[in-house]
Design a binder for this molecule. Structure first.
Ligand SMILES: [Mg+2]
Length: 120
């Protein structure tokens, strides 16, 4: 009935949203939730401080060997604040990502790459 829909339950609020396919769609979901819940930081320094705090929580989750779900939620917190920062600075993250991917691809390598993790 809802196709690729996700059911997200927040307290008594039930939101049915299409599963996001792009970073922009994730960003729109984030902004919508922040505004609906009355917490929409507009100060870039505050967002950057939160980004740093959340990165620290990722370190803590790794150090404490927290389970994968808890670690992934901390990673999402980092991503969340990164999206908010990009929105504040009017950065099109998808476009910038592809541009940087191309730039990196064209950059000459000093030698063969080694030590690539195989558990991705
Ligand atoms: Mg966190």
């Amino acid at each position: 009935m809802f196709g690729r829909a996700a059911l997200i339950c927040l307290s008594n609020l039930v939101i049915i949203a299409n599963v996001p396919k792009t970073i922009k769609q994730l960003q729109d979901l984030m902004v919508g939730q922040l505004k609906r819940r009355g917490f929409y930081p507009k100060n870039e320094k505050e967002v950057l401080l939160r980004l740093g705090e959340e990165m620290g929580e990722v370190f803590e989750a790794v150090r404490e060997k927290q389970d994968k779900r808890d670690l992934s939620y901390e990673v999402v917190d980092v991503f969340w604040n990164l999206l908010r920062f990009c929105e504040l600075k009017a950065i099109n993250l998808e476009k910038a990502f592809m541009e940087k991917l191309k730039k990196n691809e064209e950059r000459p390598l000093p030698g063969p790459v080694s030590g690539i993790s195989e558990n991705s």
